[in-house]
Write a protein that binds this ligand. Structure first.
Ligand code: FUB
Length: 479
């Protein structure tokens, strides 16, 4: 019998109902491209929780993606924590969990909204908007860590700036001067000191002129298109500010300037109003020679303006620096390189999944859990080369009787290996199992499918393949 173990997030039933509802809605209302075809999709990037407000950071050969987390059934920005994901290849994303939450700030009471991480002097600074308990108004806090995946701690014990406005972005110019920008309905900036946790001078408003930020009609209080979510960077001597425009629904627009504080010139739309979320939120980086645009929509089952999902598209600047129109897709960005199956890969490194959840592992990092019969993880572009002979995984189970099936061609495709998982004595009591594999050559998408009876089956922390003989380890080869 499966011990009582409530799922941390969506239940299978809730997902199924939401999925059916979203399909009906998709056919009735929306462009098909926004709703993923599961076999081919790489967008949205994360499928096991709702994510919002993407903020990418390139560091040491990976993109670290910082997001918010819309709680299941959120109906008004129910957001308690921030999350971190990373990738080396744009399609297989590792879940690093939540190293920062509202509770990390003793002075905050709610609302883990749109932030950004920047790196300086070997440290990582996470600027976030959250509600200040004392005033009930939004303020900007800053947390710091020695690692891009945390843990992060409140750097100040009080807000960095507090004027009731949101959505910080930080840009460090070539001369070393850092700027913090934020705002809704205004657009503010202040110079940060080299310590990145204090500022010099007082916050100033960037003039929101129609020449700089376009013309909004129908709202005399907001004559320009600037709404929220600024993202500032510099490319080829030109300063860019990309932002959510108009409300609601929002689209993504941008302006450029010869300097970090302007004067700004409105340059038009990047991403038109699309998707099932009335907000959108931009983040742009260059990675391994390609430019990427991150955004959010409501493309997951049950998705909406309060249950959003982050996604990514590749793009190229025009020769004059213009950003082209970018549309939401379910295919996402192409893979850059391949995944190496002969080194340890985290089980929570996922291109696409069905049914799984993740949770903090007692051995560090995260593990995959709450797996039931038929749940699967797809890992894309795995470079097997001449082929492995065995598969090894770090697993735990409080029930036993489950197995990890290795399949090619799809979650129900050809079985190339099957590793049985015994009852290890608990969901966080880990052991290593190995089993022989055959027929794995070249570069292939790999499906790790959880199989067994009813109830939860297997927790998985990491896996790898080897080319030598399978090591005799606990577990039952062939399951
Ligand atoms: O996620 C909460 C808020 O919604 C963000 O701060 C805004 O940018 C909008 O995406």
């Amino acid at each position: 019998m499966t011990p009582a173990r409530p799922r941390p997030t969506r239940t299978r039933l809730a997902r199924a109902v939401a999925w059916a509802a979203s399909l009906l809605l998709a056919f009735a209302l929306a462009p098909a491209a926004v709703f993923p075809t599961q076999a081919k999709a790489d967008n949205p990037i994360v499928q096991h929780i709702y994510t919002a407000d993407p903020a990418p950071l390139v560091h040491d050969g990976r993109i670290y993606l910082y997001t918010g987390h819309d709680e299941d059934n959120s109906t008004n920005y129910t957001m308690k924590e921030w999350r971190v994901w990373s990738t080396a290849d744009m399609v297989n994303w590792t879940d690093h969990g939540s190293p920062l939450s509202v509770a990390s700030f003793s002075w905050a009471s709610a609302n883990a909204w749109a932030g950004q991480v920047v790196s300086r002097n070997g440290k990582f600074y996470w600027y976030v908007p959250t509600t200040e308990r004392a005033t009930g108004r939004m303020a900007i806090g800053v947390a710091v860590s020695d690692s891009p995946t945390g843990p992060f701690r409140d750097a100040l014990g009080h807000p960095l700036v507090a004027n009731g406005e949101i959505d910080p972005t930080v840009f460090i110019d070539d001369d070393g001067q850092a700027y913090l920008y934020w705002g809704n309905p205004n657009l503010w900036y202040v110079r940060l000191n080299p310590d990145m946790i204090s500022h010099s001078g007082s916050p100033a408003k960037i003039p929101l002129t129609t020449a700089g930020f376009g013309t909004r009609t129908g709202d005399p209080n907001r004559p320009t298109l600037f709404e929220e979510g600024p993202w500032v960077y510099k490319r080829g001597g030109l300063y860019y500010i990309v932002y959510a425009a108009k409300c609601c629904s929002e689209f993504i627009a941008y302006s450029t300037a010869p300097g970090p504080t302007g004067p700004w010139t409105y340059r038009g739309t990047i991403m038109p109003t699309q998707g099932a979320s009335f907000t959108n939120h931009p983040g742009i980086v260059d990675f391994k020679g390609t430019s990427y645009f991150f955004y959010h929509n409501g493309a997951l089952p049950g998705g909406s303006g309060y249950t959003r999902s982050v996604a990514v598209e590749k793009f190229s600047y025009e020769p004059d620096g213009t950003i082209p129109t970018i549309n939401m897709t379910s295919t996402g960005a192409p893979q850059v390189g391949t995944l190496d199956p002969y080194i340890r890969q985290e089980a929570e490194t996922i291109a696409w999944e069905s049914g799984i959840e993740t949770e903090p592992s007692s051995e560090g990092g995260m593990n995959v859990g709450y797996t039931e019969n038929g749940d699967y993880i797809k890992v894309k572009g795995v470079a097997f080369g001449a082929g492995p002979s065995s598969f090894t995984a770090r697993v735990a189970s409080a029930t036993g009787g489950g197995a990890i099936e290795l399949r090619l061609g799809g979650p129900n495709g050809t079985v190339v290996g099957r590793c049985g998982v015994p009852n290890t004595g608990g969901w966080q009591t880990w052991t290593t199992v190995s089993c022989p594999v055959s027929g794995l050559t070249g570069t292939q998408d790999l499906y790790l499918r959880f199989a067994g009876g009813s109830g939860y089956l297997v927790n998985a922390d990491w896996w790898r393949f080897t080319t030598g003989a399978a090591t005799a380890l606990p577990g039952r080869p062939g399951g």
